[in-house]
Design a protein around this ligand. Structure first.
Ligand code: M6R
Length: 364
């Protein structure tokens, strides 16, 4: 049931604070501020021996996997590759000793991800699943499963499954970092304390829905949207662009901000909306200089940031509540899911069942 919301997608966006809290409660012992060891996929020995992780997934789950790569490399210093499952299943994979594969899937039934899991297991690799549906094919066929506690996701556009997948990668990255001696117990506690604040910070963004709606209405004539950012903000851009295309059929693309000048900036003019995401302190200034470049070409600008910036004149600014930089993508995406929703709403699209798409892609 939609519980008073007009669409399942909107209901599921608004469920995110609760499902993030449920998933946190499942994996974190809030009294001792530790991870529940029996629910985490690596022993200390496995963590120390780990040489390579390969993440396989499709669509939105693949974007969560890219976030996982950034987090695990940054925090745990383990090398991670992220592979689109439909490519992985047919490509030559060179196994590394002590490599583990992580398959990410909301449904647990996506044909290409199932095939990637079977290939990895045939190669003798340990496969861990991040999955939302209990007892699904991927959950049954893998060596260990970490469930996202997102509850049933009905809308074709994935929202709450994505944020809980990112959360699981946060927890795996922190756990691996701690087990491998890259993060002290005290720092782990500091991070877990901050993660426990994420649901309340998501609520603060959801409270801005009228601002997002009004801005979407002001963009009704827009034909192209470019999402730009660097590092994790680039991965948020990929997910935001997919969400917008999927439900509003509006042309949108995601670009690593520094890559624009290698061709794509030629397309930017005053009929383009550029959505710039700047939540990572280490590269803030670089992203902001790309913002100036697109402004100089007349693009309309929406800036999302958790740092105090004076937005360029005429630009729209959405503030992200302050958190650790590595957790900011879980907040950024809430704004961008709402943006995609309201853009699709004003175009009169069938939001919960977009054309040509199925919730679960069980054929190749
Ligand atoms: O069930 P899965 O997570 O394996 O599904 C993967 C993709 O088909 C899915 O994320 C798709 O991209 C969504 N419709 C995007 O919103």
């Amino acid at each position: 049931q939609k519980n008073g919301f007009d669409h399942f997608m909107l209901k599921e966006i608004f469920e995110q604070p609760r499902v993030i809290a449920d998933t946190l409660n499942h994996y974190i012992d809030a009294d001792t501020l530790t991870l529940r060891r029996d629910r985490m996929p690596f022993t200390r020995k496995q963590a120390v021996l780990l040489r390579q992780l390969t993440i396989v997934a499709c669509g939105t789950a693949y974007h969560a996997g890219m976030m996982g790569k950034a987090l695990i490399q940054q925090l745990a210093k383990v090398r991670v590759d992220t592979e689109i499952a439909s490519e992985y299943r047919y490509s030559e994979m060179l196994n590394t000793e002590n490599e583990v594969v992580i398959a990410v899937s909301q449904s647990g039934e996506t044909a290409d991800t199932v095939a990637a899991v079977r290939k990895a297991r045939k190669n003798g690799q340990r496969v861990i699943a991040l999955c939302n549906v209990i007892g699904s094919t991927i959950a049954r066929e893998t060596d260990a499963v970490l469930y996202t506690l997102a509850g049933p996701e009905i809308a074709v556009a994935s929202t709450k499954a994505y944020s809980t997948q990112m959360l699981l990668f946060e927890l795996i990255a922190l756990d691996l970092a701690n087990l491998r001696g890259e993060l002290s117990d005290e720092d782990l506690k500091r991070h877990l304390t901050e993660l426990l604040q994420i649901p309340a910070k998501m609520e603060q963004i959801l409270a801005q829905k009228e601002t997002v709606k009004a801005f979407a209405q002001s963009q009704c004539k827009c034909n192209d949207v470019f999402f730009i950012g660097r590092l994790m903000d680039y991965y948020s851009s990929l997910e935001a662009a997919l969400k917008l295309k999927e439900i509003s059929y509006l042309h949108s693309e995601a670009y690593a901000a520094g890559e624009l000048k290698h061709g794509t900036i030629a397309m930017i003019d005053d009929a383009t909306l550029v959505v710039a995401i700047a939540t990572q302190e280490s590269i803030l200034e670089k992203t902001m200089s790309n913002v100036q470049e697109v402004r100089a070409r007349g693009a309309k600008l929406l800036l999302l940031t958790n740092y105090p910036f004076e937005p360029p004149v005429g630009a729209e600014l959405w503030n992200i509540p302050h958190t650790f930089d590595e957790f900011a993508p879980m907040l950024t995406i809430v704004y961008l899911q709402l943006f995609a929703y309201y853009m699709a709403l004003q175009k009169g699209c069938d939001i919960d069942k977009p054309r040509n798409l199925a919730k679960s892609v069980t054929v190749e």
